[in-house]
Design a protein around this ligand. Sequence first.
Ligand SMILES: [Zn+2]
Length: 81
Amino acid sequence: MTTIVATNDSRRLQFLDDYCPRCNPAGHYADSRVRLATLTAPTSLTWHGGRRVVCRYQCEGCGHRWRRADLWDAQSAGLAA
Ligand SMILES: [Zn+2]
């Protein structure tokens, strides 16, 4: 089973955000201004029914697209109890 959650409502997925690796390679270690500017909410989630959720992102600053499969699990995404 595959569930794809695509959304234009970025607020709904805001809590699954990640830092653009191109604009902010330091991630959590960057200073707060950089972190705020590079924080990106996912454009979609893909869930195959297990623990892992694949999040896709597109940076608003540089347009870079990336995906993370290791960052969030289904529970934090609200997909599994
Ligand atoms: Zn970027």
